[in-house]
Design a binder for this molecule. Structure first.
Ligand code: PLP
Length: 378
């Protein structure tokens, strides 16, 4: 099996698994309990909060643990708009469904939704952003990097523009966190979402950074966990595993980024040299290092993925959430791909454990599979 789908999820690191297991065995007390077991569990979470905050340049009270990236995104968008009770949310045209669908769900409640286009490289159109902002804009949400094509947005530029107008800025950093440096002491974001299972941590855990002074309403009601912003008994083992995974990702980030960038470039060169008419999607440089998204005209995603799967290669057509039902990707259409090409997309997302020899094997198999599909389609 060659796993090239790390943007969907990553395997848990043995060291992180050990942290999760020992937390389950030792710190099973309810962090809200006032007795010794509860206090010990609470202390573990608070220490984890400080450690995670340190990694992204935040302070501990700005970190709110959630059940993952989806919940963090929903909380940021709905929690902000709910505070105002009116107005508009502005998102880019290539947001993950966790942002896109959350924003669109607000339409039925009377809020306005506006979308900003991106260029062919996937980078947001700054002029359009400027034109779209109005006195009714309550929040702008632009992802740090895209899950399908990997393009990294000019978060600093966007944030400074919005800060000058006093508009809160949310960025979905689920695909960027642990892969490129993120420092909220420099990045002018108000809210930022991150997730554990994209960085070799356990599933079902993430966090929302909420800058000191930025106010959001909760989406869940019950206890007073996470200072009432995200209620419900905390998933302590997952939180401790997440934070350990984040520390490991931070300590190996620069070296991993270089290796992965070079490996994906090598993969692209090999594919482009051996398969005709391949189109590369997204920005070649301004991208998270392990992502390679291609359209291979004449070879539809569904056939490609099924054939690769039969040969033991795990890849994706876009986001994992949509790979059960393959239709043209919203992101690829937004960057100007024709529908006929967009339905022939494949995403390889590489991770730390991939080797050059795996990539060579994957390219050999891809070449064979594409030949077969194109011939059958003639
Ligand atoms: C950009 C982006 N945002 C949000 C999510 C959702 O994160 P989670 O799976 O932790 O809910 C994903 C997962 O694919 C993602 O890629």
């Amino acid at each position: 099996m060659i796993y090239l789908d790390h943007n969907a999820t990553t395997p848990i690191l043995p060291e992180v698994r050990d942290v999760v297991r020992s937390a389950m065995e030792q710190h099973w007390g309810n962090p809200s309990s006032t007795h010794a077991m509860g206090r010990a569990a609470f202390a573990q979470i608070e220490t984890a909060r400080e450690r995670l905050a340190a990694i992204i340049g935040a302070s501990a009270k700005e970190i709110f643990f959630t059940s993952g990236g989806t919940e963090a995104d929903n909380l940021a968008i709905m929690g902000t708009l709910d505070r105002y009770k009116d107005g508009e949310v502005v998102i880019s045209s290539i947001e993950h469904p966790a942002v896109h669908d959350a924003a669109h769900s607000l339409a039925s409640k009377g809020y306005g939704i506006r979308q900003i286009p991106v260029g062919n490289d996937g980078i947001i159109d700054m002029e359009q952003l400027e034109k779209t902002l109005s006195a009714a804009t309550r929040l702008v949400s632009v992802m740090y990097s895209n899950n399908e094509i990997g393009t990294v947005q000019p978060v600093g530029e966007i944030g400074r523009k919005l800060a000058a107008r006093g508009i809160p800025f949310h960025s979905d950093a689920v695909q960027a966190f642990g892969k490129i440096p993120i420092d909220v002491s420099k990045d002018p974001v108000s809210l930022l979402s991150i997730s554990s299972h994209k960085i070799y941590g356990p599933k079902g855990c993430g966090a929302l950074f909420v800058r000191n002074g930025v106010k959001i309403n909760p989406r869940t009601f019950g206890g007073n966990q996470e200072r009432g912003i995200r209620t419900g008994t905390e998933n302590l083992p997952a939180i401790l595993g997440f934070v350990r995974a984040a520390e490991i990702a931070r300590s190996t980030l620069e070296a991993d980024a270089k290796t992965l960038f070079d490996l994906t470039e090598q993969m692209y060169r090999d594919i482009a040299g051996r398969i005709d008419h391949v189109l590369r999607n997204g920005h070649c440089d301004k991208r998270i290092p392990g992502t390679l998204n291609l359209c291979i005209p004449g070879a539809e995603t569904e056939s490609l993925l099924a054939s690769l799967d039969q040969e033991g290669i795990c890849a994706s057509g876009g986001s994992a959430c949509s790979s059960g039902s393959i239709s043209a990707s919203r992101t690829l259409l937004a960057i100007g791909r024709r529908r006929v090409d967009a339905v022939c997309a494949i995403r390889f997302s590489l991770g730390r454990e991939n080797t050059l020899s795996e990539i060579r094997t994957a390219v050999d198999v891809l070449e064979k599979v594409v030949k077969r599909i194109r011939l059958a389609n003639k």
